[in-house]
Design a protein around this ligand. Structure first.
Ligand code: AMP
Length: 184
């Protein structure tokens, strides 16, 4: 039986995880699966997972593990005969364990980015709350300043992307990510 490649990228908010994942997936011909993208798709289509996830995402919180595993594992099942790269999943130990029960990971990349860099990037980050679309005023700005490209609605800045909340958020990320990194 052919061996398929199983990989994931871990990284704090603002680490450029999405951009890096897409490049790796493209270069190596891997199926790219982003949990944030699936959540945003679910929100736009008003699916059960989308409705559940929306209030968490708006508050900058993690979506509960059960919602995430029920969203992601069936997608992986569909791609059983493909090599894939995961972006944003697993994010917690429970998610990593659920994944490990089904698949043996070949590679997990952990992005280790200096705090100052994260702070700079996140303070430039604006979102469209209804869809979860994310913009960066530095390297991925909207076509019209302050407005969502698709709907034209105003963009907002997460309270937790504001400098005063960042330290706490990154500390929280570290706490949640540590057991995941240790597991791999
Ligand atoms: P991302 O596009 O990866 O930054 O994800 C956007 C948001 O979706 C995150 O801030 C979380 O609220 C939520 N999210 C994405 N992936 C997960 C996950 N694996 N576990 C919990 N929440 C997630």
């Amino acid at each position: 039986m052919a061996k398929f490649f199983r990989a994931a990228v871990l990284g704090p908010p603002g680490s450029g995880k999405g951009t890096i994942c897409k490049r790796i997936a493209h270069s190596f011909g891997l199926q790219y699966l982003s949990s944030g993208h699936f959540l945003r798709e679910g929100i736009a289509a008003d699916t059960e997972a989308g409705v559940l996830a929306k209030s968490y995402i708006e508050r900058g919180m993690l979506v509960p593990d059960q919602v995430m595993t029920r969203l992601m594992l069936p997608k992986l099942e569909q791609l059983r005969n493909h090599s894939w790269l995961l972006d944003g999943f697993p994010r917690t130990l429970a998610q990593a364990q659920a994944l490990n029960n089904l698949y043996q990971m070949d590679l997990v990349i952990n992005l280790n980015i200096p705090y100052e860099t994260l702070k700079e990037r996140l303070s430039d980050r604006w979102i469209h709350p209804a869809s979860g679309r994310v913009y960066n005023m530095g390297f991925n700005p909207p076509q019209v300043q302050g407005k969502d490209d698709v709907t034209g609605e105003p963009l907002i800045q997460h309270d937790d992307d504001k400098p005063e909340a960042l330290m706490a958020r990154l500390r929280h990320y570290k706490e949640v990510a540590k057991p995941v990194i240790d597991l791999y």
